[in-house]
Ligand binder design. Structure first.
Ligand code: FES
Length: 333
């Protein structure tokens, strides 16, 4: 069964199946609605249902409070229609950000290699290219029917080749059960995307801080590749925080980039080892280097704890929320 969903204040009408979320239907039509986790946990996609009946799905009680349910709010990434609907959401897109409709893609694994302990690089050659903004993510289909979110590390200029950095999660269905167990080059995989509002903002001309924890590096790599290829001139400082020297990956690539481009600075940081470079967590080093960070624009990606602490350090350094873009990596397992 399909229902018609009208999205206000746009007035756009889309068709949405009963087994499809409103967010999915909108994104596939190229209608942008705010979202981050696509999982019912972050609350970014909260919207008001003005008319009709919806199944609220697997909305976290923390992200959608009982009182909000009673007022007719829903999380559109998990809500499915039970009748025709009218929903009201925040539909404004930040200027300069392209909208790429969500698409399903199939492809073949070209590379599956260990790049650090418990981290694999997986490169997928798609049958048909996927358009995305640098920083966005895909949902990878796990054998058995579930999906897992992974940020794209490759360049949007080469949409036929999707690179992912995947962190192992103990007993994780996707990682221990598949990617770290049996996945090899040649295997066919499917995915959909692009998702997320974490992406490079081309109209922000301030110097850029890229703040990554662990495999939160992936979207930053996509942004850097994009900057190099398009010749966009920005001063960029990248912090990459990991525990030990072994966990540091792609360091040579960043060192070469730094040697070739005046505008780029690479600052790897180890929280557990002392070494020739700097030791400490990214938020602490940031506080040391930037007692005042106003006039910058910051992109933060890592574990929820890393992101929360980095946000605090940035705000203390007088950066406003409007100057900070964040992506939390939920334990994807
Ligand atoms: Fe819907 Fe996170 S709760 S995008």
């Amino acid at each position: 069964t399909t229902h018609t969903v009208r999205i206000e204040p746009l007035g756009a009408e889309i068709e949405c199946r009963e087994d499809q979320t409103v967010l999915d239907a909108a994104l596939r039509e190229g209608i942008w609605l705010p979202h981050a986790c696509t999982h019912g946990t972050c609350g970014t996609c909260k919207a008001q249902i003005l008319e009709g009946d919806a199944d609220l799905g697997d909305a976290s009680p923390y992200a959608l409070l009982e009182s909000e349910r009673e007022e007719g709010c829903a999380l559109l990434c998990v809500a499915c229609p039970r009748s025709d609907l009218v929903v009201e959401g925040e539909v404004d897109v930040e200027e300069g950000v392209d909208i790429h409709p969500v698409r399903d893609r199939a492809g073949q694994v070209a590379v599956a290699e260990d790049i650090a302990p418990d981290v694999r690089r997986v490169v997928i050659t798609l049958d048909e290219p996927l358009a995305f903004n640098p920083g966005q993510y895909v949902l990878l289909d796990v054998p058995g029917g579930e999906q897992r979110p992974y940020s794209i590390a490759s360049s949007p200029a080469d949409g036929g080749r999707i690179e992912l950095h995947i962190k192992r999660s103990e007993d994780g269905l996707c990682t221990d059960g598949w990617i770290f167990k049996s996945l090899t080059a040649g295997e066919r995989v499917t995915l959909s995307g692009p998702y997320g509002q974490f992406s490079f903002r081309p109209l922000r001309e301030e110097p850029v801080l890229l703040l990554a924890g662990g495999t939160g590096l992936a979207p930053m790599v996509s942004m850097l590749r994009h900057l190099v290829e398009t010749g966009i001139e920005r001063e960029v400082v990248l912090y990459h925080g990991v525990a030990t020297q072994e966990d540091l990956y792609d360091a040579e690539w960043f060192e070469t980039l730094q040697a070739e481009h005046d505008w780029f600075t690479y600052r790897p940081a180890l929280s557990r080892d002392s070494w020739r470079g700097r030791s400490g967590r990214v938020p602490a080093l940031l506080a040391e280097d930037y007692p005042r960070a106003s006039g910058h624009v910051a992109y933060v990606c890592g574990s929820p704890a890393m992101v929360a602490d980095t946000m605090k350090a940035l705000m203390k350094a007088r950066l406003f929320p409007r100057d900070i873009y964040r992506e939390d990596f939920f334990d994807a397992a």
